[in-house]
Design a binder for this molecule. Structure first.
Ligand code: DQA
Length: 142
């Protein structure tokens, strides 16, 4: 299977960013762990700070990706454009968060992408990504 992993704004600063909330791993370290857990599946990683850039990556992978794992960062809470891109691309998608957005500030509790994703995994710091990958692999292409 082909698995697309997209990280949104400020996630390039993981490792330096409030480690009590987001953990101590850098994005590069998380990517390395995901590659080791990929079980022969192909994974492509992208990190972009811009909403339009994220949408362009989704569009480019409509044919390629069987699954998408996405952490849209703060866009999670208000980007109807990313939500629509996920809906229109029809790539099976897992929403991931390092922190537990349901237990944080009021503006973070709402995810506008949740209902167009197969699953939401949150609150496990970097392990959220591994859980998401395991979910994709165990559900396969169906
Ligand atoms: C986040 C949660 C968002 O509210 C925040 O803006 C992020 C990271 C998380 O992974 O916990 O950038 O998506």
């Amino acid at each position: 299977m082909n698995i697309l992993v997209i990280n949104g704004p400020n996630l390039n600063l993981l490792g330096e960013r409030s480690s009590d909330i987001y953990g101590t791993k850098t994005l590069k370290e998380i990517e390395k762990e995901m590659r080791s857990a990929a079980k022969g599946n192909k994974i492509k990683f992208f990190q972009r700070n811009g909403e339009g850039e994220i949408i362009n990556i989704i569009h480019k992978h409509i044919k390629w990706a069987d699954w998408m794992i996405i952490n849209p960062g703060a866009y999670t809470h208000y980007s109807y454009a990313i939500r629509d891109a996920i809906e229109v691309c029809k790539i099976k998608t897992v929403e991931v968060h390092l922190s537990d957005i349901s237990k944080r500030e009021a503006f973070r509790k709402k995810s506008v992408i949740k209902d167009v994703c197969k699953k939401q995994i949150k609150g496990l710091k970097e392990k959220s990504y591994i859980k998401a990958l395991e979910f994709c692999i165990s559900n396969g292409k169906k």
